[in-house]
Write a protein that binds this ligand. Structure first.
Ligand code: NAD
Length: 505
């Protein structure tokens, strides 16, 4: 604790060069576990966004697209693999930077870096296959025509990302966008931008063509807003809160640009009476407290069958109290601080309101006694939570779990679906038929059976309702950045024959 660490001092990464922001401004980076300023990040604005969009647009069309957008996809795959290998080479350092910037336990940050490298490798593989998937014939109803499909990069894409998985969320967008042949402007969250800028350093190190990846850090309402309003953007992909998602969608609507939105959630875990209590308690904890509870898909609403509720809750509280809360850089830390002071106050506000509304605080709800500094919140469990309470309805984005009981399967499904969000849900039961039945009835984009939170690069990720639309990861992630072109050829030797030739009139 209290260790002074200097972060790399980076400028904006635009057109393959490091450039200071037009206004010269920088904002401080605060280590959430010490509350100390440990570095600074450039504060980009509209002029920098404009320079980045221009660079991306030039790179897209440079040399008729031969260098990047229309190059054989194997060329792009080579760069993606090189990026993956640089990430692996720098894994420990990048993980450390991530932890210093956003407070996630170092073991999780290292896991994230493996996922970042894995994601670049995965999209390198998909990129390699892309050329083989070109010119695929479409079965049509007339044999005098041939129709085939080309998949082409959408163009210049704007990527706006959140702070809870800073480098990984950037990668989920950057890797497929580059694989598709798009050129990119990445605007990471001002709450944690350090590792996204390192992505620029990696792009530079592997010789990615200039302008293909541009990174502009800055405030959401300044740099982010300028990006969403820029007329040369062909598509926008956004991950963040629902309220910001609305603003972003409104802004891109002015230019009628496509948008994909990955937004927040308030996911439920339904626990039936036939589970192994210990195994399920651990998944319930992981679903709520992993990433310090700052995860869009957190299963923060726990629905317990009434016949096991007492035993389950007692084990849950006993175990939760043993979670190691510590400096996130320390070995074995399982819960670090939330990202910053504003988030700390927000989470504490939710806890106060839950108490005020009559929920029963079973554990946590305060700063840990042994950590007088840093934005730490003890893992918190509330029981007797009712559906009208704020803590049941709104995304806390902190280590807070709300518990409610149910009597029947139908009631559990109704309670789980009674949310404005529809990102994920978990069903815990030894009965496979029930698992399947309930998974089909849940109005969400992701269902976990007998687990919570596992996420695989190959599988689709995204939500319904106010959790957004569009899917990231897997082949769906690549399709986000591809435009489908129909090419239809008249193959008959005969004239078309609709208008009789003048000589026959
Ligand atoms: P946020 O909405 O505050 O910010 C997200 C990004 O939008 C940031 O880069 C921010 O600078 C930018 N931004 C803010 N205002 C903007 C504007 N007017 N125009 C353009 N850009 C703007 O969200 P956050 O606090 O960074 O992240 C937390 C949220 O993200 C939570 O709701 C969480 O559930 C969600 N999230 C969703 C997923 C998912 O996959 N569905 C993943 C991670 C996080």
């Amino acid at each position: 604790m209290g260790e002074t660490v200097e972060l790399p001092k980076r400028d904006l990464y635009i057109d393959g060069k490091w450039v200071p922001p037009y206004t010269g401004g920088r904002y401080p980076v605060v280590n959430p576990s010490t509350e100390q300023v440990i570095g600074s990040v450039p504060e980009g604005g509209a002029a920098d966004i404009n320079a980045a969009v221009t660079a991306a647009s030039d790179a897209f069309f440079w040399n008729g697209g031969k260098e990047w957008s229309c190059a054989p996809s194997a060329v792009r795959a080579k760069f993606l693999r090189a990026i993956a290998s640089k990430v692996r080479e720098r894994k420990s350092e990048l993980a450390r930077l991530e932890t210093l910037d956003c407070g996630k336990p170092i073991d999780e940050a290292e896991w994230d870096m493996d996922d970042v490298a894995g994601c670049f490798e995965y999209y390198a593989n998909l990129a390699e296959e892309l050329d083989k998937r070109q010119h695929v014939d479409v079965a049509i109803s007339m044999d005098t025509f041939r129709s085939y499909v080309r998949k082409e990069p959408v163009g210049v894409v704007a990527l706006i990302t959140p702070w809870n998985y800073p480098m990984l969320m950037a990668t989920w967008k950057v890797a497929p966008a580059l694989a598709a042949g798009c050129t990119v402007i990445l605007k990471p969250s001002e709450n944690a931008s350090v590792t996204s800028l390192e992505l620029g350093a990696i792009a530079e190190a592997v010789g990615l063509p200039h302008g293909v990846l541009n990174i502009v850090t800055g405030r959401g309402d300044v740099a982010g807003a300028a990006l969403t309003e820029h007329p040369k953007i062909d598509k926008l992909a956004f991950t963040g809160g629902a309220h910001t998602g609305q603003k972003v969608m409104r802004a891109v609507a002015k230019e009628l640009r496509p948008v994909t939105l990955e937004l927040g959630g308030k996911s439920a875990m339904i626990v039936f009476d036939d589970v192994d209590i210990d195994k399920t308690v651990e998944w319930a904890m992981f679903g709520a407290f992993w990433t310090n509870g700052q995860i869009c898909s957190a299963t923060s609403r726990l629905l317990l069958h009434e016949s096991i509720a007492e035993r389950f809750i007692s084990r849950l509280v006993e175990w939760t109290k043993t979670i190691k809360i510590a400096d996130p850089l320390s070995q074995g830390c399982r819960l670090g601080p939330v990202v910053n002071e504003a988030q700390y106050k927000k989470v504490m506000g939710y806890i106060d309101k839950a108490k005020e509304e009559g929920a029963t605080l079973l554990c946590g709800g305060k700063r840990p006694a042994h950590l007088p500094q840093g934005y730490y919140v003890e893992p918190t469990v509330f029981a007797d939570v009712e559906p009208h309470m704020q803590i049941w309805q709104e995304e806390v984005f902190g280590p807070v779990l709300s518990v409610k009981t149910f009597g029947t399967e139908d009631e559990a499904i109704r309670l789980a679906n009674d949310s404005i969000y529809g990102l994920a849900a978990a069903v815990m039961s030894g009965d496979h038929d029930r698992c399947r039945r309930v998974s089909e009835a849940l109005q969400v984009g992701i269902v976990w059976l007998n687990c919570s939170q596992p996420c695989f690069t190959e599988a689709p990720w995204g939500g319904r309702k106010r959790s957004g639309f569009g899917r990231e990861l897997g082949e769906w992630g690549l399709e986000n950045y591809l435009s489908v072109k129909q090419v239809t050829e008249y193959t008959s030797k005969e004239p078309w024959g609709w208008y009789p030739p003048p000589s026959k009139l």
